[in-house]
Design a protein around this ligand. Structure first.
Ligand code: FAD
Length: 436
């Protein structure tokens, strides 16, 4: 299934209740402005709640479920879009109902908005909206750079918000034909509960694999590569996929018991796992001192950066920036292990020679694997990456599928460069190291 089809299906599912309401349009008398606004108010409420449930369904994090969406980071984008659309519709919902009621009198309009006494229906509606503001707000860059852990804790308020919104709907909604009312809300709510149950109960108890840190390599002073082994069943994964890693070393100064996503830098066939981590904040810095022999728990694998099946000699251009080299490291190790002829050019963008991590290993792969080439791009010498550099160092760049991974600014720049080098947008694949 293509990512476009997967997105279309989830949007259709989440908009189903609103679509059912629209099929009843012919039976309604919407000739007065009040009736029309009232209908719109109800429609936005129904669509908003259904989109909210759709966003909850997408948060399940079942390994493999993200693949049709193009990986977990892309799936989170759809989740984010559903939640944003839900929020905007739910903000419009009470306003439209108030304007509709204002057609009768100001008192009716006020009574539509302001709950009196134990008016469960209105209190739950406002409660849901307020909780949504609190848990969604910190996720938008508009409010400054989000603190990931704080955002994650606040996000738990999504569950009570959905429950309050469902109670509100149960009391007030008489817009859908009753049979649909039950089938759709119960169906969507059951899927949302199953999804959240999987994520927070099932996968925590049964979905995490226990590994031990066998050795910590230090390719640079701010980068470590953990070598992990297990006595249990090994994790099956593809090159370029990532896991959520939860360290269990109680002596860590930060990040103990906290899950963070990291790409597996090992080749899928090798014994044990490797994960390369750059110190970018508290938890990733502290893990540099993780005790050898300590336990880490892994959940996954997630992501679908490289296609599941690819023709070995289909031409590829890889553009990596900084620690964004890790999925390429895994794939280069995998290709070197397989040993078949490939047609790959890697452009590795770093500030200077000191940051060209694993360059020796890439050069060894290039020496042993026909068709594998490495081109270094040093910012201090060359300035920002541009299409002249790409076209000079990479023959027929426009015929290749381009894979890009790196920090946000490089990701944007490299996509522009690939487009201006003549690569069609449909052949540019990106992996972001940021989930917000
Ligand atoms: C798909 C994916 C693959 C990644 N692969 C690698 C890798 O191979 N090597 C590597 O060094 N880094 C990788 N990262 C980045 C790594 O997850 C973050 O650097 C790390 O979580 C930062 O945590 P911190 O507490 O040290 O830093 P903070 O200062 O808390 O955060 C630094 C940045 O990381 C993000 N971040 C923080 N905590 C989390 C979290 N729990 N989940 C998601 N994002 C978070 C924040 O939004 C912020 O942009 C990957 C990220 C993603 C999304």
């Amino acid at each position: 299934m293509s990512p476009k089809l997967a997105r279309t299906l989830i949007w259709t599912l989440a908009l189903l209740p609103a679509l059912v309401v629209l099929t009843t349009l012919g039976e309604r008398d919407l000739s007065s402005p009040s009736a029309f606004l009232n209908f719109l108010g109800r429609l936005t409420g129904i669509a908003g709640l259904a989109l909210m449930l759709g966003a909850a369904i997408l948060s399940c994090r079942v390994p493999g479920f993200d693949r049709p969406f193009g990986g977990l980071t892309k799936l989170w984008k759809t989740h984010h879009q559903l939640a944003t659309a839900a929020f905007l519709l739910l903000l419009a919902h009470p306003l439209l109902l108030m304007f509709a009621a204002a057609g009768f009198s100001l008192d009716v309009a006020v009574a539509t908005l302001i709950p009196r006494g134990a008016d469960v229906a209105l209190w739950t509606g406002w409660g849901a909206l307020l909780l949504m503001m609190v848990f969604l707000g910190p996720g938008y860059r508009f409010f400054g750079n989000p603190d990931y852990q704080r955002w994650k804790h606040l996000h738990r308020l999504a569950a009570p918000a959905v429950v309050l919104a469902l109670v509100h709907t149960f009391y007030l909604s008489r817009t859908l034909p009753w049979i649909w009312e039950w089938v759709l809300w119960v169906g969507l709510a059951a899927l949302a509960v199953a999804s959240i149950g999987y994520r927070f109960v099932w996968s925590r108890r049964f979905g995490r694999r226990s590994y031990r840190v066998a050795r910590v390599d230090r390719p640079a002073n701010n980068v470590v590569e953990l070598n992990l082994t297990t006595e249990g069943p090994a994790l099956l994964y593809e090159a370029g996929q990532f896991v959520y890693l939860t360290p269990q070393d109680p002596n860590l100064t930060a990040g103990f018991g906290e899950e963070h996503p990291y790409t597996l830098s090992s080749a899928p066939g090798e014994p044990g796992l490797r994960i390369a981590i750059k110190a970018l904040g508290d938890a990733s810095r502290a893990i540099g001192n993780i005790a050898e022999g300590s336990e880490v728990r892994l959940e996954g694998p997630y992501g679908g950066f490289f296609p599941k099946t690819s023709t070995p000699d289909a031409p590829e251009l890889w553009i990596a920036g900084g620690i964004g080299i890790t999925p390429f490291l895994a794939r280069a190790r995998h290709l070197a292990g397989v040993g078949e002829r490939v047609d790959v050019v890697l452009i590795f963008c770093v500030q200077d020679e000191a940051r060209a991590l694993w360059l020796d290993e890439f050069e060894d792969v290039a020496a042993s694997l026909p068709g594998f080439h490495v081109q270094m791009h040093y910012f201090y010498k060359e300035g920002p990456l541009d299409s002249t550099f790409v076209n000079e160092r990479c023959p027929n760049a426009s015929d290749r599928t381009v894979y890009i991974c790196g920090p946000g600014p490089l990701l944007t720049l490299a996509q522009q460069v690939a487009l201006s080098a003549g690569v069609p947008g449909s052949r540019i694949v990106t992996e972001e190291f940021d989930l917000l």
